[in-house]
Design a protein around this ligand. Structure first.
Ligand SMILES: [Zn+2]
Length: 126
């Protein structure tokens, strides 16, 4: 649906602020009419014709900026939550008290070297 079609459906005023929009070409001014996608595909929604409205470029842009800020804030919160969760998981005892700790993992090469010591001649430089 074009700007003109939306204009005839919804009128001359911005979906968000209700103030009249500028329909002059090119529509690059802050007060220019732009198509607003109410259900933004970047946030997982599906772009549908019926979700389109006209809004000032500045209202549209500012709304997107606030959504990005909210998303960034949420991502920070998630990162902190995960970090806090990992920290508390690290403080949990892995085994019940009284059991002996698991043996350290020894590389197979070190085990082989211990079982079959190399001849003294090979260990040159000693
Ligand atoms: Zn507006």
């Amino acid at each position: 649906m074009s700007v003109q079609a939306l204009r005839s459906s919804f009128g001359n005023n911005c979906h968000w602020c209700g103030l009249p929009m500028d329909f002059a070409e090119p529509r690059s001014a802050p007060e220019s009419a732009t198509i607003e996608h109410l259900n933004d595909s970047t946030l997982g929604g599906v772009r549908k014709q019926k979700h389109r409205r006209l809004a000032h470029a500045i209202c549209n842009q500012t709304r997107n900026e606030f959504k990005l800020q909210a998303e960034r804030g949420f991502q920070r919160w998630i990162a902190e939550r995960v970090e806090a969760g990992l920290a508390s998981a690290a403080n949990q005892p892995v085994m019940p008290a009284g059991t002996s700790p698991a043996p350290p993992v020894v590389p197979a090469a070190a085990v082989a070297a211990a079982l079959h010591p190399a001849p003294a001649a090979v260990l040159s430089g000693r």
